[in-house]
Design a protein around this ligand. Structure first.
Ligand SMILES: Cc1ncc(COP(=O)(O)O)c(C=O)c1O
Length: 376
């Protein structure tokens, strides 16, 4: 592979920080955990941050701490990574999907109210690809109906809408640190909230249900081991300290793609929606409506064959076979999500992608498009 879809950006500083933990006696539940959580809470501007071992476990613990379980419904988007929906199912509740707004790729605020029932307990919107567009409207709807807003901000660390950070719209929010994210801890996630009781509950749930100050073999509730080790936290602390630099580098890569591709009317190239300052997670272009799914897949294959790794973010969640079977979803249920998903091409995107590599990606994509013109 010549140009990868994503690459982490690890400097000597991160390596030194991880090595320092390895030389210390505290590999887990040590000082780096608290340091990472405090730095994160300060960056986001919330009272509490609770580190966990993945975004998935973070979302699951938020749902549990909010008391969401069997018989409850949680509204979310079908245009997301699977974990947004499966964590709702893990908690025993039902994911209720709302189609996306084609302009923002986030839940369409205009479609939420018709899906609210007396079983609806929460709305879990996702900042798709890092964009918080529409989150002010979604948040007002949640307030109006007295529903909890749980933000799946796994893709949006550093993004802002009208000066407000992604992850501060909801009562709780969750970020993820897999290596393709803005910052990485290898694997990891972070819950953030202003509510001490909810944060304390997540602290207990991530650590085998232990209580505050209780002994190692003393358990107050059913809990899990979703702890994030000090090795991961040390990596996270340095990565977080670089977030402004990381955001700027990613903005530059996004700008190169915009400059090189936006004159091509076969493509819809993402831009920052009004009021949004995006911390780009991935850079996903869409083919014009005249392209078919088969043509898109052919383009993905051709790009990969040329050594340029591309992806099809996202495949609609409601059409994953086990979801469709369990809830009876079928093709046509969420037409905007489906038609968007059929035409996406996630291009190589990471901090240190060089301008000449972006040029190669764009040139190759245009050459392939020339050979794959829509029939008719
Ligand atoms: C929107 C969204 N939700 C949840 C997750 C889950 O995070 P993790 O892979 O850390 O469990 C991801 C990560 O890819 C994501 O993009």
């Amino acid at each position: 592979m010549r140009i990868y879809l994503s690459r982490p950006d690890i400097t000597e500083k991160e390596i030194e920080a991880v090595c320092a933990v390895l030389r210390s006696p505290n590999l887990s539940l040590g000082p780096k955990l608290e340091e990472f959580e405090n730095a994160f809470a300060e960056y986001i501007g919330r009272k509490r941050a609770v580190a966990v071992n993945s975004g998935t476990s973070g979302l699951f613990l938020c749902l549990l701490s909010l008391g969401i379980g069997p018989g409850d419904e949680v509204i979310t988007t079908p245009f997301t990574f699977i974990a947004s929906a499966t964590t709702i199912m893990m908690a025993g509740a039902k994911p209720v999907f709302i189609d996306i707004d084609p302009a923002t790729l986030n839940i369409d605020p205009a479609k939420i109210e018709s899906k609210i029932t007396d079983k609806t307990k929460a709305i879990m919107p996702v900042e798709a690809f890092g964009s918080p567009a529409g989150f002010d409207k979604i948040s007002s709807i949640a307030q109006k109906h007295n529903l909890t807003l749980l933000e799946d901000s796994c893709e949006a660390l550093g993004s802002e809408l009208n000066g407000r950070k992604a992850g501060t719209f909801g009562k709780m929010s969750v970020f993820a640190f897999y290596p393709n994210k803005q910052i990485t801890t290898g694997e990891g996630g972070m819950i953030s909230t202003d509510d001490d009781d909810l944060a304390d509950m997540c602290v207990s749930l991530r650590n085998q249900g232990r209580g505050k100050g209780s002994g190692w073999l003393s358990h107050e509730r059913l809990g899990y081991n979703y702890r994030l080790s000090d090795i991961n936290c040390a990596l996270g602390i340095v990565q977080l300290s670089r977030i402004d630099e990381i955001k700027a580098k990613r903005k530059q890569v996004a700008k190169w793609y915009q400059q090189m591709l936006s004159d091509d009317d076969r493509l819809i190239v993402p831009t920052e929606p009004p009021g949004c300052d995006i911390s780009w997670f991935v850079f996903v272009v869409r083919l014009a409506d005249s392209f078919s799914l088969k043509q898109r897949n052919g383009i993905l294959e051709a790009m990969n064959a040329k050594g340029i790794q591309v992806g099809n973010y996202f495949s609609p969640v409601h059409l994953q076979p086990f979801m469709a079977e369990q809830f009876g979803y079928k093709e046509g249920d969420f037409p905007v999500t489906e038609s968007t998903a059929e035409r996406t091409i996630a291009l190589p995107f990471y901090n240190n992608l060089a301008k000449d590599e972006v040029t190669t990606v764009c040139k190759t994509l245009k050459e392939i498009l020339d050979k794959n013109l829509p029939a008719g």
